[in-house]
Design a protein around this ligand. Sequence first.
Ligand SMILES: [Zn+2]
Length: 146
Amino acid sequence: MSDQCVFCEIVGGTAPASFVYQDDTVVAFMDIQPITKGHMLVMPREHAVLMTDSNETVAMRTFRVARRLATVARHTLGASGINIIVMDGEAAYQDVPHFHVHVIPRYPGDGFGLTFPDTYENKPARAQLDAIATALSNAASPAPTA
Ligand SMILES: [Zn+2]
């Protein structure tokens, strides 16, 4: 638990929330400012600022619950699509510094969209993609088995 973290306050029961799911590791509740009907936040009970600050087991359990709630939203709310989004870090518009996964049900014409930078129209050369892929590939190692 972290002082002055509103999500820790919700997890600890000292701030209100409309819960959708709770287990010993993960909770999910309704976003108080939903982008669309049924917008949920899924997070570990344990305070962690970034996705990688949670251990892999906890992070995967969080994503497992998000995946499950995406299916529930399709069947219960009639969503025809789902966006699962993590705002991981300030540059990625993380608003509350407690790792959480947004489950955003989508409906035709719901008005939610993504904005791409101007550079999006300029496809990089294959050599540039290959160079980035090589750097990433060299840095990546197989995930340890939990
Ligand atoms: Zn927290």
